[in-house]
Design a protein around this ligand. Structure first.
Ligand code: SF4
Length: 338
């Protein structure tokens, strides 16, 4: 049997109808024990498929016509942590802890918040136990909404007191304050990462990103003051109702970083912007929007590369052709979700 699951597949399981025998839709912790028990008890593939189609959160393309997404109710107490460590792995010798699942923010393009709903936060005392029991020096705090965790500062403080270092995924600029940055720095972080997603406040409001110009500037200033040596910003292009002004505004944010640097007489050693084409995904508020043409996206990327590199900003980007493939996979043969 070929079995699949995860965000991309749950986003549109029908795409994988011809490839996968069994698809876990939603969070598999809720359904895989029943499925494994079935596999252990039953030897015939046809019988396994027939019975597993009745398990909530298991979609069998040859039998089911609708699918149900499930979420894991025990998450705050039972969160994921890595158990294999190898220097040759993607995360090297880093103890990964899934601190949050889902996200309380309302970004209209985001599949993570709609698929992993409601948002949940790992129990802080249990997180501390995991850190304490681990012999690994570096802790990776994972999740789409780490800066929303109600006890994030206490957890960071604890890791530092234990003599470890930690890394976290990108921050919400509106959640960053002096104490937060201080803890990040003491925890061994030297690059600050935020995701404004759009150049103008108008477009950020439209996509409900909820980050103001002031939030961005404050994060840049505080990070410089604290001594961070790198800054990384994430943007999307091709968003609904995007205009030329929104693209130019991305360059202007780059210019503002330089202005703030000269005003504060401090510099980041490394500044980078990552540009991703907007891919309208199923299960998001923007699913009905078309995707911008590859040619137009490529032109925008070329413009940004040229203008930002002259401001001393490195530009990384997702190739529009790959984004187009992502779009096709996410919309192929749309199926009913219940
Ligand atoms: S803050 Fe990030 S994870 Fe949360 S809804 Fe917005 S894009 Fe998604």
């Amino acid at each position: 049997m070929i079995i699949g699951g995860g965000t991309a597949i749950t986003g549109n399981p029908e795409t994988f109808r011809d490839v996968l025998d069994v698809i876990f839709t939603g969070e598999a912790e809720e359904s895989y024990i029943s499925f494994l028990n079935l596999v252990l008890a039953e030897k015939k593939k046809e019988k396994i498929l027939e019975t597993s189609a009745k398990i909530k959160g298991v979609f069998v393309p040859t039998i089911s016509s609708v699918y149900k997404k499930v979420y894991y109710k025990n998450f705050p107490e039972d969160f994921s942590e890595s158990v294999f460590f190898t220097p040759r792995g993607e995360f090297g010798e880093c103890k990964l802890i899934e601190l949050t699942r889902g996200c309380p923010a309302k970004c209209k393009f985001c599949i993570s918040r709609t698929l992993y709903s409601p948002p949940r936060f790992a129990d802080k005392d249990l997180v501390k136990d995991v850190v304490k029991e681990s012999k690994i020096n570096k802790i990776g705090l994972l999740g789409a909404s780490v800066s929303y965790h109600p006890d994030i500062k206490e957890i960071m403080e604890f890791i530092i007191k234990e003599g470890r270092i930690f890394s976290i995924s990108s921050l919400r600029a509106d959640k960053v304050d002096n104490d937060f940055l201080e803890l990040l720095y003491r925890g061994g972080n030297r690059t600050i990462t935020i995701a404004p997603e759009a150049g103008t406040e108008r477009l950020r409001k439209l996509i409900e990103k909820g980050i103001s110009e002031e939030d961005i500037e404050k994060t840049i200033e505080l990070s410089l003051k604290k001594g961070f040596s790198g800054i990384r910003l994430y943007f999307m292009i091709g968003l609904p109702e995007e205009t030329e002004e929104d693209i130019v505004a991305i360059v202007n944010i780059g210019k503002r970083i330089k202005l703030i640097e000269s005003h504060m007489k401090k510099r980041f050693i490394k500044r980078s912007f990552t540009i991703s084409p907007f891919v309208p995904k199923r299960n998001t508020a923007f699913s009905c929007y078309p995707m911008e043409e590859v040619k137009v996206l490529s032109e925008k990327i070329n413009y940004l590369r040229k203008r930002l590199s002259s401001e001393g900003i490195e530009v990384l980007y997702d190739p529009p052709k790959t984004a187009r493939l992502e779009y096709d996979l996410s919309r192929h043969n749309i199926l009913t979700q219940i």
